[in-house]
Design a protein around this ligand. Structure first.
Ligand code: ADP
Ligand code: MG
Length: 293
């Protein structure tokens, strides 16, 4: 069966969308689901930095047609992949968001969950990933400007006829009033407190589940994961054998060969492929491997 695709979005930059994407991904993996994260914020990509991974090929190469999904997929740990972005400005101009369609199809054929980290705003680049998701998680801090911006995004999501699963309130400095959920007309899935440990994670690339597993913020992300998986998704855990039947990626590889050849077939969520690009710094791999094994 196909994996479930969730877009993590919100109207404002800096409210914790990427942080939510990463930590939801870690929680899902700890619950034994295979997970792929995609940096679908092509204007301001930062998953690579936040996860401390490096890849020669990025989502920008895939979206410009010069690499396949598999070329850009970094195995952060067994069953945990990420397609990072390129923060260099030159790569942005050549991207065609429509190519993300194939990326999502390919990943959903191989992973239980595909999480799309999106940009803030209402541009075509920002909204396109939302259109590919099975459901949307809105992220906002409690302050009015962030809430109003998130509501604007929400209105567009509704126009796209996508399902909003609920709202994550991040950087909460105290209890969150129920009226916030009413303002969105959507369920509040989780509240993530303001927590200095998260900033440490962002700057060091270390997962919150390692830095501060007992923190209220880590608990909040586990609650979010529980809300999202509660009896609804996916009915059957995937096995590596399931993945062998998945479709390949049609993007061109850098040397111009068609991706339909054997080397361009599905990524292996077990992370056993020796040709797969590995992050340069093995520290995170080891840490996450330990975390999810
Ligand atoms: P976005 O993707 O929405 O732009 P990020 O996830 O990149 O936002 O977060 C922006 C900054 O805020 C990062 O430095 C991150 O460490 C910090 N941050 C996010 N969530 C929290 C939180 N709950 N507590 C403290 N800092 C946070
Ligand atoms: Mg971000």
């Amino acid at each position: 069966m196909a994996g479930h695709v969730i877009a993590v979005t919100g109207g404002k930059g800096g409210v914790g969308k990427s942080t939510t994407t990463i930590n939801l991904g870690v929680s899902l993996r700890m619950d034994d689901y295979s997970v792929a994260l995609v940096d679908a914020d092509v204007e301001m990509p930062n998953l690579a930095e936040m996860l401390d991974v490096e890849s020669k090929q990025t989502i920008h190469d895939v979206l410009s047609g010069s690499a396949s999904t598999r070329d850009a997929l970094v195995e952060v740990g067994p069953g945990f992949g990420v397609i990072p972005g390129d923060s260099g400005l030159s790569s942005y101009g050549d991207t065609e968001p429509e190519r993300l369609n194939q990326v999502v199809d390919t990943l959903a054929g191989a992973f239980d969950y595909v999480l799309l980290d999106t940009g803030a705003g209402l541009s075509y680049d920002d909204l396109f990933p939302i259109g590919l998701a099975d459901e949307i998680v809105l992220v906002s801090s409690p302050d009015s400007a962030a809430v109003e911006n998130a509501k604007r995004t929400q209105a567009f999501v509704q126009r796209l006829n996508r399902r909003i699963r609920g709202v994550v309130i991040t950087m909460a400095e105290g209890p969150v009033d129920d009226s916030l959920g009413d303002r969105f007309g959507s369920e509040i899935l989780a509240v993530i407190p303001e927590d200095p440990a998260i900033r440490e994670c962002t700057s060091t690339g270390r997962p919150l589940e390692i830095v501060a597993p007992d923190s209220p913020a880590a608990k909040g992300f586990r609650e979010l994961e529980a809300e999202l998986t509660d009896g609804t998704l996916p009915p059957k855990r995937r096995t590596p054998e399931d993945d062998s039947s998945a479709d390949g990626d049609e993007a061109e590889s850098p040397d111009g060969d068609s991706a339909t050849r054997e080397a361009e077939t599905e990524p292996d969520p077990t992370g056993q492929d020796p040709d797969r690009k590995k992050p340069k710094k093995p520290g995170l791999v080891a840490r996450l491997a330990r975390l999810v094994s």
